[in-house]
Each structure stands twice: as structure tokens, then as C-alpha cells.
Design a binder for this molecule. Structure first.
Ligand code: 0L1
Ligand code: MG
Length: 238
């Protein structure tokens, strides 16, 4: 099996695998593209993109300076618990693209709506232990997402954020996302162009985590972002 097939099997069987070690960044995105093609072969379609490593602390920890980009698919929309290895929840800002991002107008003018969201990440690597290129190949740990009510596009910089998962609570600010989630959109445009990732009208963009991720151990999961209101789901006990 090649790397994409190995990751696809790990995801569909909810069985963790070992790190591949260091690939080149180009090869890692090539594995991600092949992995998404396997999901499309299985009937899924692309619904958007997501960013990872959007906090300075995480970039420093991984020794990198480029955010990572993964793809969201129809199979991830609303998926919160079933058949996952060791899922965690992250509070996120979701943007909605109203037109293709093709360089003719700034990406910020291609967004028509914003919402609070919860992303479910589920690394296919044992114990969430991976290299920078491992996690790119693994579609940036993407596993599921839930989006709250859309609002007309507005500035969502420095908004208070609270994530609750069962009895655990973590608080933060949207400024943890590259200083302002709008900066994540600008970073996305650059990486997407470099890595051949299309950004199309109708896509959801998850801008990156505003706090650390909390493990899903059962009970209600809620993300509250000031001015955007709550989004929540009932987590199944694990
Ligand atoms: O969406 C994210 O912020 C996660 C990026 C991948 C790293 C991880 O699995 O923790
Ligand atoms: Mg995330």
C-alpha cells in the first residue's frame, strides 16, 4: 500500500498507524491530494478547506513558518463521533466563500459570511505523534465539523472564545489565530496557490483553533464565540 492508501485505511477502520517520518512538503501534499481522491472515489465531495498550525506557539513547537492546509469533505460535515480513533474538539471561526478565489480580488472580498464552529480532529497517527509532513499527508487530522448559524461577514478579531467538552473548559480569544482570523484567510490564499489547492465559491474555511483542543470523552460539546453565539452537539461517551 502507498501512504495515501495506508492513511485511508487507518481512517476508515479507525486504526492508528505509525509516523512515516520526514517526507518533503511537496510529497506530503501529494499524499494528501491522493488521499482526498480516495474519498472522492468513495462518493464524498469537497466542502471546504481548513488551516492548522495557526498559532505562533504551535509553529514554534513544530519549527515551521508555513500554516498547513487540509480539505473538508461531505463525509466530515456534521460528523462528531462515530468510528474515530482519539477525537478532540477545537473552537474555530468558519468563513464562507461567495466566489472562487482566483487572485483577481483579495480573498477577504470573496467571503460573505462567518460563523462559530467546532472542528473534530482525529490524527491517524498513534498518540497524535507526527512530524510536520506526516500531518500534512494526513489531511491535517481533519475528521469532522459542525457550524453554527451564519452571519453576514464582519470583523471577528479579538473575540472571547470558550470551548466546553463534558467537564473540561478552555477559554481564549480569536486573536490566537495568527493575531486575527482574517490573517488566516490571507495565509490560506498563499499556501493554497503554492500547494495547488482550489478555493471555490460555496466552500467553508475553518480558520484554525482559537485554543488548545479538548479530548472528546462524552457529554455536551459547546463552542461560544462572543457575538457569534454558541454551536454545540451532544458527544457520545467513549
Ligand atoms: O486543525 C488543527 O488545528 C489541527 C492541525 C493538525 C495538528 C493536530 O492534529 O493537532
Ligand atoms: Mg482545526
Amino acid at each position: 500500500m502507498n501512504h495515501a492508501e495506508t492513511l485511508h485505511k487507518a481512517q476508515t477502520t479507525a486504526t492508528a498507524i505509525s509516523s512515516f517520518g520526514d517526507l518533503t512538503v511537496e510529497d506530503a501534499y501529494a499524499v494528501q491530494h491522493a488521499l482526498i481522491a480516495l474519498r472522492e472515489r468513495d462518493g464524498e465531495f469537497i466542502t471546504g478547506v481548513k488551516l492548522g498550525f495557526t498559532s505562533e506557539a504551535k509553529m514554534r513547537q513544530m519549527g515551521v513558518s508555513e500554516v498547513i492546509v487540509g480539505r473538508l469533505t461531505s463525509g466530515m460535515s456534521g460528523r462528531t463521533s462515530e468510528n474515530l480513533i482519539h477525537p478532540k474538539a477545537e473552537p474555530e471561526i468558519a468563513y464562507r466563500l461567495s466566489r472562487d478565489v482566483d487572485g483577481t480580488v483579495p480573498i477577504l472580498e470573496c467571503v460573505d459570511a462567518v460563523a462559530a464552529a467546532i472542528e473534530i480532529i482525529d490524527s491517524r497517527y498513534e498518540h497524535f505523534r507526527f512530524t510536520y509532513t506526516d500531518v500534512i499527508a494526513d489531511n491535517t487530522s481533519a475528521a469532522g465539523y459542525v457550524i453554527g448559524p451564519w452571519q453576514a461577514m464582519t470583523d471577528v478579531g479579538d473575540r472571547a472564545v470558550r470551548l466546553t467538552a463534558g467537564s473540561s473548559i478552555v477559554e481564549g480569544s480569536t486573536s490566537a489565530i495568527l493575531g486575527d482570523p482574517a490573517n488566516a484567510l490571507v495565509a490560506l490564499e498563499e499556501v493554497a496557490r503554492k500547494r495547488n489547492i482550489p478555493l471555490k465559491a460555496g466552500y467553508v474555511v475553518l480558520a484554525g483553533a482559537a485554543t488548545v483542543a479538548l479530548p472528546l470523552t462524552g457529554g455536551q460539546v459547546e463552542c461560544f464565540i462572543d457575538g457569534l453565539g454558541p454551536v454545540s452537539f451532544e458527544g457520545r461517551p467513549r
